[in-house]
Design a protein around this ligand. Structure first.
Ligand code: CP
Length: 306
């Protein structure tokens, strides 16, 4: 592939290949070494939506591979003067980058941009569509703890309707033969969710029974059209916030995950977020390795490969 637009474009062999490549990047990243595999290449990070983890880790990943990395400051760019996405893409393309990493609020915007440039395009999250590197880093984190993905039961809980993280994870985990459960109030379940997950629950305590992984999602209030997603935070936390009582329903060695940023006290008890089962900071660390692997795979393709 020339681009990474979504997990949906990858088959299981390609997913495993990227996870194995990421695994190999961990020691390089941990020792803060530079592998000059992207020396002489230029990477542009173009984030139309806010980010801490994804933007920082794509920048660190590119630099650890020796690339020249430029972060476009979208807010002070000519986008603020009304320049369109396509004109912005054509403008950056004229500067001959090797890769553009894009985050955008609209589903499909990253694919559209990929059709207008000659370099590799990596999706860093587009609307409620996909966040492929997040799903890969989540899979790597799970695989490192559980030794496998197939046969595990993974619960994804909370604001499924607005979540590109949930979509990418459901596609990846399904492809890797894991069992997936989504847990949310009806109002936060997207249409067609039954086709995306193995099981759907509106009762969190039932949904967490015997799971190997509990993946919490941020309540994305900024995506609520004209108001709030939920009537009461206190009520939401009572029924859908991950606390010790609800976590006790999961397997004793269940991993607690969250892509971040967290709303502490809304979807997760801070004591659980910082507790012994939490791998939330490890997810962030794996993000660097995964982004190194994806950049390396796309920009150093062997001749003759797709
Ligand atoms: N998980 C994630 O995408 O976080 P950021 O929005 O901080 O990049």
């Amino acid at each position: 592939h020339r681009h990474l637009l979504g997990i949906a474009q990858l088959n299981p062999v390609e997913i495993i290949d990227l996870l194995d490549r990421a695994e190999a990047m961990i020691p390089i990243s941990r020792q803060r070494k530079t592998l000059p595999s992207l020396a002489g290449k230029t990477q542009i990070n173009l984030f139309f939506e806010n980010s801490t983890r994804t933007q920082a880790s794509f920048e660190i990943a590119g630099k650890r591979l020796g690339a020249t990395v430029m972060n476009m400051a979208v807010r002070t760019s000519s986008v603020a003067k009304g320049e369109t996405l396509i004109d912005t893409a054509a403008t950056l393309n004229a500067m001959q980058p090797d890769a553009i990493v894009v985050r955008h609020g609209s589903s499909g915007a990253v694919e559209l941009l990929s059709q207008k440039v000659e370099c590799a395009v990596l999706n860093a999250g587009d609307g409620a569509h996909e966040h492929p590197t997040q799903a890969l880093l989540d899979a790597l984190t799970i695989r490192r703890h559980k030794g496998r993905l197939n046969g595990l039961t993974v619960a994804i809980c909370g604001d499924i309707a607005n979540s590109r993280v949930a979509r990418s994870n459901l596609i990846l985990l399904g492809a890797m033969q894991a069992r997936t459960r989504v847990i949310a109030p009806k109002s936060l379940l997207p249409r067609g969710v039954e086709q995306m997950a193995s099981e759907v629950f509106t009762d969190m305590e039932k949904g967490l029974e015997g799971v190997d992984v509990v993946m919490m999602l941020r309540l994305q209030n900024e995506r609520a059209s004209g108001g709030k997603l939920i009537p009461s935070v206190r009520e939401y936390y009572r029924f859908y916030g991950l606390d010790a009582d609800k976590l006790a329903r999961a397997n004793a060695d269940a991993l607690v995950m969250h892509p971040g940023p967290m709303n502490r006290g809304v979807e997760i008890d801070p004591a659980i977020a910082d507790g012994p089962q939490s791998v939330i900071t490890e997810q962030v660390e794996m993000g660097v390795a995964v982004r190194m692997a994806v950049l390396d795979a796309l920009l150093n393709k062997e001749e003759g490969r797709e």
